[in-house]
Ligand binder design. Structure first.
Ligand code: NI
Length: 173
């Protein structure tokens, strides 16, 4: 159990192919625990395994109903099997520093995933919960929320990020 470093754009690992989980062993359980601890430490609403450098199709999503509670779902090999509606809201990402932007997503989903023992289950999701799931599923497909923005917005962000990273480097002396 450990809090891991979250990789940030433009780290190429975030774009790498992510493998389907086939062995439901102890190391998978450890990965899920690390993901949850890292997500709560950040803090974030969800986290995908490739954000901590593990290229497996595993994500965690926070489903706590209040601040004291720490309740999360582990989704192994998740997929969206049905979707409808539309919602537009502000989104951010632990792997995309210093940016939030409005992103269009489906409003309602039917999701299929496996649990840590490999058992398959389906559940509905809507509104913010559905948004987080779409965001995390994007991650394991190598997609970041900035890919949903206009190319102008993306270019402006990349310019600003370069400046931020340069300033961080200069500040580290
Ligand atoms: Ni993200």
């Amino acid at each position: 159990m450990a809090i891991k470093k979250i990789l940030t754009f433009p780290n190429p690992v975030l774009r790498q192919k992510v493998e389907t989980v086939t062995s439901f062993d102890e190391s998978l359980k450890e990965l899920a625990t690390d993901l949850a601890e890292t997500m709560y430490d950040a803090p974030g609403a969800g986290l995908a395994a490739n954000q901590i450098g593990v290229c497996l199709r595993v994500v965690v999503v926070d489903v706590s109903e209040n601040k004291e509670e720490k309740k999360h779902l582990v989704l192994v090999n998740p997929e969206i099997i049905d979707k409808e509606g539309c919602q537009i809201d502000e989104e951010g990402c632990l792997s995309v520093i210093d940016l939030t932007a409005k992103v269009e997503r489906y409003r309602k989903l039917l999701v299929r995933a496996q649990d840590l023992d490999g058992k398959s289950w389906e559940f509905p999701a809507e509104d913010f919960f559905a948004r987080v799931i779409q965001h995390e599923l994007d991650h394991i497909n190598g997609i970041l929320f900035i890919d949903h923005l206009s190319s102008l917005k993306r270019t402006l962000y990349k310019k600003r990020l370069k400046k931020i990273l340069r300033e961080q480097e200069e500040g580290s002396f």
